[in-house]
Design a protein around this ligand. Structure first.
Ligand code: 8OZ
Length: 372
C-alpha cells in the first residue's frame, strides 16, 4: 500500500473545469428530507458542509420538473426558490473548501400519481409499467402505470434539463451530473426493455441513445461541457430496467457524448448498492470509448480504489453508503481509520438523526464515536 502522501487517491486532479484536491467523490444519496416546496432542507447546509473535504460532492438526485419526481420529499431544481435554498448549501460547501455538483433527475415511469401534479400520470418512452415500488405519504407502494411521451413533448422535457442546468449555475453549483442511471427516464430511453418506440427515439442503439444525446447537448449549450458529468449503470437491475445487450449500448452511449468534452462519466459497476458481479460487463471496454475523466463506483474499498486509479482505469472513485456515516471519509481513508456503519432506518426521511449527527473522528488518533 503506498503511503498516504503518495497514494494516487489523495493526489489532486481535474474533472473538466473542476479542480479536485483528491480522488474521493461523494456519490449521490437520496435522503428524502426536502421541505414542502421541494426545497433542500435547512439541515442540508450542515450535511453537505460536513462532507466538504470530498474531492467532489454529487448532490442527491434532484428533479428537473414536477413531473420528474417519483419519491416523497425529494428536492427540485426547477424554480427560483429551490435555487435560492440550494445556494445556501453551495455557499457552505465552498466556505469549507469543497466542490459540489447537482444531480439532475427525471424519474420517468418510476413514480406514483400521488407525487405528481393533479391529474397527471408518470411519463415514459413507452407505456410499460415497472415492477417496482416507490415511497409515498402512504409508505411503499407499486409505481403507477405510465403513459408514453408524445414525440412533440420531448423538446419540453429536454428544456426542463436546460432550465435546471441554468438554475444550478445561479445556485452556485460547480456543475451538474445528468442522471442516466438506475432505471430512470434517460435509462428508460436507452434500454430495449423499456423503450419500444417506433419513432426516431426507439429501435436501434442510435435511436435509443438520441434522448441522452439531446439532453446532454442542451445542458452543454447552457453551462459548458466542462461542467457537465453523466452517470450510467449498465447492468443494474434497479427499477426493473433491462436491456438485451448492454455492452454495445453503453459503449455507444459514451462514445456518442465523448466529443462534447464533458467533465466526466460516472459508472455504477454491477447492481446499484449491491453485488458488483451480478452480470457480466466489460467496464474497461466502455471506458476506452470515452475520452474524458472517469469516476467508478460501487463497493470500492481503499485498496480497490487505489488500484483502479493507479492502473489508469479511473480518475476518481465515488463512495455512497460510506459517506452516510463518515462525513470525514477522506481523512479516514487516508489514516486507515475504521469506518462507521450507517443506520438503515434513518436513510430516507426524518430529521437530523442519521443525517447530520454522524461525528467525525476526534482530533489526532481519536476513535469514531456515535452520539445520540
Ligand atoms: C434510493 C432511493 C430512491 C431513489 C437512485 C435516485 O437510485 C435514486 C434513489 C435511490 O439513483
Amino acid at each position: 500500500m503506498p503511503d498516504p502522501d503518495t497514494s494516487p487517491l489523495f493526489q489532486p486532479g481535474r474533472l473538466g473545469a473542476i479542480a479536485i484536491p483528491n480522488r474521493v467523490v461523494m456519490a449521490p444519496l437520496t435522503r428524502n428530507r426536502a421541505t414542502p416546496g421541494r426545497l433542500p432542507p435547512p439541515l442540508a447546509v450542515e450535511y453537505y458542509g460536513q462532507r466538504a473535504d470530498a474531492g467532489l460532492i454529487v448532490s442527491e438526485a434532484t428533479q428537473v420538473s414536477p413531473m420528474g419526481q417519483g419519491y416523497l420529499d425529494t428536492p427540485g431544481i426547477y424554480n427560483q426558490a429551490q435555487a435560492g435554498a440550494w445556494r445556501r448549501v453551495t455557499d457552505e460547501v465552498h466556505r469549507r473548501g469543497g466542490r459540489i455538483v447537482v444531480q439532475l433527475w427525471h424519474v420517468g415511469r418510476i413514480s406514483h400519481t400521488s407525487l405528481l401534479p393533479p391529474g397527471e400520470v408518470p411519463v415514459a418512452p413507452s407505456a410499460i409499467r415497472a415492477h417496482a415500488l416507490t415511497f409515498t405519504r402512504e409508505g411503499f407502494v407499486p409505481v403507477s402505470a405510465p403513459r408514453a411521451l408524445d414525440i412533440e413533448e420531448i423538446p419540453g422535457v429536454i428544456d426542463d434539463y436546460r432550465r435546471a442546468a441554468r438554475l444550478a449555475m445561479q445556485a452556485g453549483f460547480d456543475g451538474v451530473e445528468v442522471h442516466a442511471a438506475n432505471g430512470y427516464l434517460i435509462d428508460q430511453f436507452l434500454r430495449d426493455g423499456t423503450n419500444q418506440r417506433t419513432d426516431g427515439y426507439g429501435g436501434g442503439i442510435e435511436n435509443r441513445t438520441r434522448f441522452l444525446f439531446e439532453v446532454v447537448r442542451a445542458v452543454v449549450e447552457e453551462i459548458g461541457a466542462d461542467r457537465c458529468g453523466v452517470r450510467f449503470s449498465p447492468v443494474t437491475p434497479a427499477n426493473d430496467c433491462h436491456d438485451s445487450n448492454p455492452q454495445p449500448l453503453f459503449e455507444r452511449a459514451v462514445e456518442r457524448i465523448s466529443p462534447f468534452g464533458l467533465a466526466y462519466v460516472h459508472v455504477i459497476e454491477g447492481a446499484t448498492g449491491g453485488p458488483r458481479d451480478n452480470a457480466p460487463f466489460d467496464y474497461r471496454a466502455m471506458r476506452a470509448r470515452f475520452a474524458g475523466p472517469w469516476i467508478a463506483n460501487n463497493g470500492y474499498d481503499k485498496a480497490m480504489a487505489v488500484e483502479a486509479i493507479a492502473s489508469g482505469y479511473a480518475d476518481a472513485i465515488a463512495f455512497g453508503m460510506a459517506y452516510i456515516a463518515n462525513p470525514d471519509l477522506v481523512r479516514r481513508l487516508r489514516e486507515d481509520a475504521p469506518l462507521a456503519s450507517a443506520d438503515r432506518d434513518t436513510l430516507y426521511g426524518g430529521g437530523a438523526h442519521g443525517y447530520t449527527d454522524y461525528p467525525p473522528l476526534e482530533a489526532a488518533g481519536g476513535r469514531a464515536r456515535r452520539t445520540g
